[in-house]
Design a protein around this ligand. Structure first.
Ligand code: NAD
Ligand code: UDP
Length: 377
């Protein structure tokens, strides 16, 4: 049976209005086929509700509040899943995106929701909104996309960070920056801990992304030190799942599509390079836990799955799970392709009580199902 924790802020409402609003919200969530609703109420004068017969029928009384939350890059792969989770929790979500790599298809199911708003905007330009929290995800994330217009990529990271930090400063919002394992470059330390400063080529073809993200981390900490902005930095390792873009060139979407179409599976190099793949639901949970940490927690915190696989192992697993007849071929390794990548998630375990739950085969099966139903094959 599925359950939902419903969290409600009632600062001033009277009992009657409170009960009516709560009933409406519970009904809305039940309509989304949740079987069981747990109720959390935040009220500075909570005592006055404890004798209310309506609340006695609810299974739990706890405490929390709704927020107005901006997700930049919200129409992208990770952003759209994050919007889903925030909406499910009852928050008001402003999804900002210029649709460069994102798509309205990723958020189509949310458009009619009164708690969801789509804003078409390029984050290299300032924006004025009233929000409590900002998740800054806007940035193309796959090498194919971020190398398409590298100057725009670094502008998006740097100007995007400046604009979202300026907004956070003005409205006193907490901001979470979606950084990346790419800040470690081609690492000498394995697995990578947050203390490691990385080995990034500052002038290579990946630099627009890597250095842009490093500059964004720097800006986060400078706005915190200089202006007291509440910042949170997560370094995301390779994440996969439904809604990855078809042509983004990332290894999991490439291999699944090639396998489903019976095309050759293209391994770049000898395939002994490693990556650690995290399923999107686990990742989103980690981001939300990071946002919920107390003010003195800034990170950076690694978020990723520590189970490491070679690219050959990944190809073989996808061929087996799809039952494909595809053959593996080897093509040249792209420049500056990191040889290994595996997060040390000790910090996330300690600070967020978080670790990934979804095993690679389970996550791949869900992702294969998505590509099968969305693109055929
Ligand atoms: P994605 O390309 O699906 O999403 C990025 C979104 O940002 C897209 O919707 C795109 O249209 C939007 N965007 C790009 N430039 C913009 C701009 N100038 N203004 C407004 N919107 C803009 O990628 P994703 O995988 O969902 O990644 C989301 C974030 O997470 C990125 O910041 C990425 O660097 C980070 N990240 C992702 C991974 C991963 O494995 N998916 C790993 C590390 C870090
Ligand atoms: N890769 C591959 N074949 C593909 C796409 C990617 O062998 O069709 C390799 C790529 O060279 C890299 C790894 O898979 O070593 C992960 O690539 P991806 O672009 O998904 O992520 P990143 O390199 O940013 O970790």
């Amino acid at each position: 049976m599925k359950s939902l924790l419903l969290q409600i802020l009632f600062p001033i409402q009277g009992d009657r209005l409170l009960a009516d609003t709560t009933k409406r919200i519970i009904k809305e969530h039940r309509n989304k086929s949740q079987d069981r609703v747990y109720l959390k109420i935040v009220d500075l004068k909570i005592d006055r509700h404890l004798n209310n017969p309506f609340f006695n029928t609810c299974q739990e009384n706890l405490f929390m509040k709704y927020k107005r939350i901006l997700v930049t890059g919200g129409a992208g792969f990770l952003g759209s899943h994050l919007c889903d989770r925030l909406i499910d929790q009852g928050h008001d979500v402003l999804c900002l995106d210029n649709l460069f790599t994102g798509s309205k298809d990723n958020i189509r199911h949310l458009i009619a929701n009164p708690h969801f708003e789509f804003i078409r905007h390029d984050i290299i330009h300032p924006i004025y909104l009233e929000v409590d929290e900002i998740y800054n995800l806007a940035c193309p994330a796959s090498p194919v996309h971020y190398q398409y217009n590298p100057i725009k990529t670094i502008k998006t990271s740097v100007m995007g960070a400046i604009n979202t930090l300026g907004l956070a400063k003005r409205v006193k919002a907490t901001i979470l920056q979606a950084s990346t394992s790419e800040v470690y470059g081609d690492p000498e330390m394995h697995p990578q801990k947050e203390e490691y400063w990385g080995r990034v080529n500052p002038i290579g073809i990946r630099s627009c992304y890597d250095e842009g993200k490093r500059a964004a981390e720097c800006l986060m900490m400078d706005y915190h030190r200089q202006n007291g902005v509440r910042v949170k930095i997560v370094r995301i390792f390779n994440t996969y799942g439904p809604r990855m873009a078809e042509g983004d060139g990332r290894v999991i979407s490439n291999f699944i599509l090639q396998a489903l179409k019976g095309q050759d599976i293209t391994i770049y190099g000898d395939g002994t390079q490693t990556r650690s793949f995290c399923y999107v639901d686990d990742l989103v949970e980690g981001m939300m836990r990071m946002m919920a940490t107390s003010d003195e927690v800034h990170g950076p915190v690694n978020l990723g799955n520590p189970c490491e696989f070679t690219i050959i192992e990944l190809a073989e697993t996808i061929i087996r799970l799809t039952g494909s007849q595809s053959k593996i071929i080897h093509t040249p390794l792209p420049q500056d392709d990191p040889k290994q990548r595996q997060p040390d998630i000790t910090c996330a375990k300690r600070l967020l009580d978080w670790e990934p739950k979804i095993h690679l085969e389970e996550g791949l099966s869900k992702t294969i199902h998505y590509f099968q139903t969305t693109y055929g094959g």
